[in-house]
Design a protein around this ligand. Structure first.
Ligand code: TSJ
Length: 650
């Protein structure tokens, strides 16, 4: 062995750390599927983000290479390369080979959850075939390279030459022995970078894909303001995007918000140190409190309240889109919950609510016409809320007196009235609907076949939608109202499952239904009640002398095909499915309906941009893209089964 590639005794410990990462990767990156794979990229980019956040470098370039590797280049100060006094090796080498805490190398004010040499860089090294590091710093170009999950220091640090540049370039290739897929998704990375660009204004993000020569660039002068403009691009605003910012007790707050007509939803998205806080927390509740108080106080002071009845928070948030971004030292950022998605820092509540209250009150007083339009809209929401409550009470009375209402002659209802266990399958086409009827469990599964393409409901009024037979039926069958009157507490099915074919028409139908649910029954999606049926890719089986299938396995992922062949053994045959339409009732039952063996995909829409762009355009186009979408958005590891077995006797 070359003496340069040998490790000193003090580095044994280091190696054991990286070995631990390889043994239990999920502990460090969540999973070893596409989500985990991209986690490596976010970990590395976070370092460049932090460097930019602290004022060093305003351009970050990500390049996906043909060989399956990826690079991240920034124009920051460059990772320190001096010899570390205790470890007696270059700091940069130490950073990539130890599972250190971030604090040792960095005492900057701001830090994203994973950035600036948290364990991120060494975890990425541990899970990569190679990790190549070039640093431009102090007029010199430093280079070093690890291979084989960091086990081999293939090229110790050396100075390659001189430079006027400063920055860091990391290239790594994820290890195919670790990940179930090592193919980077352009869609995932581009949308991640776009979000980063919105959150980090005036920093340029470039994505280059050398596999097919495509390129995207994101740069936003005003950040959050442009984020809101993008989300609301198709809506009718009541006023402009309003922004607030301030710093108090080391917490830096930036907020942008806008009200729109014809939108019954509130879209509030919050971040702490550039990381999305999906479960909200003190910053979100502070924001809501500030807005509610500002609007009510203004209305009260200007005698705009009716009968002195205050508006409720929900009346004031209908049609509101807001982004809340907080930056704070890591020591102050208390993030809780399993996914660290909830901010628990108590002072953030008051800081945000005071900031919003003061500034929004000022804004309302300075913009009287807007204030009056807004309060009028809030009162309309209030009216609708009160009317809906009344209607609901009436409806409950009626329901109690009459035995049951005839919902639709197209619906094959479930026998049980135990709504918590019932499932509604919305099925494309009458023939698939027929199979679904045969395959269902009559006790708790209902079938609603759709004839042809449903109406595109984008931007339509509730009345228009209700006058469409197809949607009137869906609304009736689900039984919980629509638009502002939708109440997820009243749904008649715990799962609403869209069963569409994997072709262009099917994808389009799926899109139309999803955007309807997203716009007019949003809680149905956010509370996790909407699912997609996904047909398997293959069936591997064996036949007996009489040509009956005796043993078979369905496969949803290419990677599982070999395993399936081994399971069935010599003499196996394979059929490939293009869609649900090709299946008979028994196959349909096993793969998509039987709770014990099926694969369902829960629809989660987290990315506000994805709703506008992905759901309405991406999925609508063709089935290839749908397949891609499923691949990059479905976390197969969280589903009960992605390879399932059916054994039949004789
Ligand atoms: F994670 C990583 F190491 F892989 C990585 C780090 C990856 C990438 C793409 C960039 C970076 C990185 C690190 N960019 N910029 C920095 N900056 C520092 O590490 C740095 C530089 C100077 C000083 C200083 O106090 O002089 C401190 C730090 C933390």
């Amino acid at each position: 062995m070359d003496k340069n590639t040998q490790y000193g005794s003090d580095q044994i410990e280091i190696l054991e750390g990286l070995e631990g990462v390889r043994r239990r990767p999920a502990m460090y990156i969540g999973s070893t599927n596409a989500t985990g794979l991209h986690h490596l990229v976010w970990e590395i980019i976070d370092n460049s983000l932090d460097e930019a956040l602290n004022g060093y470098g305003d351009k970050i370039t990500v390049t996906i290479h043909k060989d399956g590797s990826i690079s991240v280049l920034d124009e920051g100060r460059g990772i320190p390369c001096g010899i570390h006094p205790k470890a007696k090796i270059p700091a940069v080498q130490l950073i990539f080979s130890t599972l250190h805490s971030g604090g040792k190398f960095n005492d900057e004010a701001y830090k994203s959850s994973a950035g600036l040499h948290g364990v991120g860089s060494s975890v990425t090294n541990a899970l990569s075939e190679f990790c190549d590091i070039t640093v431009y710093r102090d007029g010199k170009i430093y280079h070093l390279r690890f291979e084989d999950g960091g086990r081999k220091l293939a090229q110790p640090m050396e100075i390659l030459g001189e430079t006027k540049k400063h920055g860091t370039l990391i290239t790594f290739k994820p290890d195919k022995k670790i990940f179930s897929t090592v193919e980077f998704s352009y869609e995932k990375i581009t949308s991640h970078l776009q979000q980063d660009a919105y959150l980090l204004k005036k920093v340029r993000f470039i994505l280059i894909d050398e596999r097919n020569n495509i390129k995207d660039e994101y740069y936003y002068e005003n950040g959050l303001k442009e984020f809101i403009e993008k989300i609301n691009a198709e809506k009718t605003p009541i006023g402009p995007v309003i922004t607030f910012s301030g710093t108090q007790d080391k917490i830096e707050t930036e907020i942008a918000m806008q009200y729109c007509y014809n939108d019954y939803n509130e879209t509030i998205r919050s971040y702490v140190n550039n990381v999305h806080t999906a479960d909200g927390g003190t910053h979100e509740s502070g924001f809501k409190a500030g807005i509610t108080k500002a609007v009510n106080d203004y209305a009260e002071d200007n005698n705009l309240l009716r009968n002195k009845v205050k508006l409720e928070g929900s009346d004031i948030r209908e049609g509101l889109t807001a982004i809340i971004s907080l930056r704070m030292p890591e020591s102050v950022a208390e993030l809780e919950g399993q996914t660290k998605g909830k901010l628990n820092t108590q002072i953030a509540q008051n800081i945000v609510s005071d900031l919003v209250y003061t500034n929004f009150t000022y804004y309302l007083n300075e913009n009287k016409e807007f204030a009056i339009r807004l309060i009028k809209k809030c009162q309309e929401s209030q009216n609708a809320r009160l009317a809906a409550r009344k209607a609901k009470e009436e409806a409950r009375k009626v329901r109690k007196t009459k035995e049951s209402i005839i919902l639709s002659d197209k619906l094959t209802p479930a026998q049980s009235k135990d709504y918590k266990n019932n499932e509604l399958f919305i099925v494309e086409g009458d023939s698939a609907g027929g199979n679904a009827k045969k395959a269902r469990n009559a006790a708790n599964q209902a079938i609603l076949p759709l004839r042809g393409k449903p109406l595109n409901t984008d931007g339509l009024t509730i009345d228009k939608i209700k006058s469409n037979l197809e949607f009137a039926t869906i609304i009736n069958v689900i039984g919980a109202g629509v638009g502002q009157n939708f109440d997820v507490e009243d749904i008649h099915y715990n799962k609403v499952i869209i069963m569409a074919d994997a072709d262009a028409d099917g994808a389009h139908i799926q899109t139309l239904l999803l955007s309807f649910f997203y716009n007019y029954m949003r809680d149905l999606i956010t509370q996790g009640h909407v699912y997609l049926s996904v047909p398997p890719l293959y069936r591997v089986y064996k036949k007996d002398a009489k040509n009956n299938i005796v043993d078979s396995v369905y496969v949803w992922r290419d990677e599982q095909l070999e395993e399936a062949k081994n399971k069935i053994g010599p003499g196996y045959e394979i059929s490939r499915y293009k869609g649900l339409g090709e299946m008979d009732a028994i196959e349909l039952k096993t793969t998509t309906m039987d709770q014990k063996t099926r694969l369902l995909v829960k629809v989660t829409i987290d990315d506000p941009l994805a709703v506008e762009s992905e759901v309405s355009t991406l999925m609508g186009r063709d089935s290839d893209r749908r397949k891609k979408w499923l691949e990059s958005n479905v976390d197969f590891s969280t589903n009960d089964s992605f390879i399932n077995e059916v054994k039949r006797n004789g």
